[in-house]
Design a protein around this ligand. Structure first.
Ligand SMILES: NC(=O)c1ccc[n+]([C@@H]2O[C@H](COP(=O)([O-])OP(=O)(O)OC[C@H]3O[C@@H](n4cnc5c(N)ncnc54)[C@H](O)[C@@H]3O)[C@@H](O)[C@H]2O)c1
Ligand SMILES: CC[C@@H](O)/C=C/C=C\C[C@@H](O)/C=C/C=C/C=C\[C@@H](O)CCCC(=O)O
Length: 216
């Protein structure tokens, strides 16, 4: 796919799946804003991409997606640097059943805010070019997983929210935006290196992962 002339905003892009999505977009010619709360990792990733794809191809912006002003600010930054937004990937996420309110904010509330801002910036109705908004859920957004009930709840929420926005007749007819929800299964990134304070039952987590071929 040729994405030259297109501009993407990817949250949680410093590492893991967000970094991989960004690399794929860059390799197809898009420019990418890498938004993440991890400053050092984000800057390192941006420098790596600038070296490979060109200085103006990518930039890092510090953004904690659980802070509404940070999210508003990152959209403004992309618009002022690249002039438009065509592709939005609401990807940032954590897995932590102890700090579950924070997880709801990061994994669901920010996806709702990001999608609403995406419509504001990208919809043809408001002077944008249309494009695509991709919200990252999980296979845990489709099936129950008893050791991570809150993670499941928010990922189910991302599926329900994205599907509802996608079938809104107004969005379908005039926005020019496609709304997609990704539900990846286990991928070997930091999110499945469950921390001690994650509230995730370590007796079962490795067994579930092992059953799909990941030895942690
Ligand atoms: N790896 C898997 O098995 C898997 C499976 C299904 C879905 N997912 C989802 O994919 C997405 C990416 O996860 P990953 O696997 O790459 O994990 P990861 O931990 O490697 O990456 C998550 C990224 O999100 C960032 N992030 C966390 N909190 C943030 C915040 N408040 N503001 C901004 N950025 C923040 C992190 O700094 C990190 O760069 C998540 O939404 C996750 O739920 C992952
Ligand atoms: C092992 C704990 C798990 O519940 C939490 C994982 C947290 C992050 C990764 C997550 O997004 C993926 C979870 C998916 C779990 C869903 C059900 C699995 O049983 C499906 C098996 C995956 C497969 O079929 O390949």
């Amino acid at each position: 796919m040729n994405l030259s002339g297109k501009v993407a905003l990817v949250t949680g892009a410093a590492q893991g799946l967000g970094k991989a999505f960004s690399e794929s977009l860059l390799s197809q010619g898009a420019k990418v804003c890498l938004a993440d709360v991890k400053v050092q990792q984000g800057k390192t990733t941006a420098a790596e991409f600038q070296k490979t794809f060109g200085n103006d191809s990518a930039f890092f912006e510090k953004c904690d997606v659980s802070i509404a002003d940070d999210v508003t600010n990152v959209f403004k930054k992309v618009k002022s640097k690249y002039g438009q937004i065509d592709i939005l990937v609401n990807n940032a996420g954590i897995a932590n059943e102890t700090h579950w309110r924070k997880m709801v904010d990061i994994n669901l509330v920010s996806v709702i805010q990001g999608t609403q801002l995406g419509i504001e910036y990208m919809s043809k109705e408001y002077g944008g070019n249309g494009g695509v908004i991709i919200n990252v859920s999980s296979s845990a957004g489709l099936v129950p997983v008893f050791i991570t009930p809150v993670y499941c709840a928010v990922k189910f929420g991302v599926v329900g929210f994205t599907r509802s926005v996608a079938v809104n007749p107004r969005n379908r007819s005039t926005s020019g935006i496609r709304f997609c929800c990704l539900c990846p299964a286990f991928t070997d990134t930091d999110i499945i290196k469950f921390k001690k304070d994650s509230g995730i039952n370590m007796k079962y987590a490795p067994k579930i992962l092992k059953s799909v071929g990941i030895n942690k």
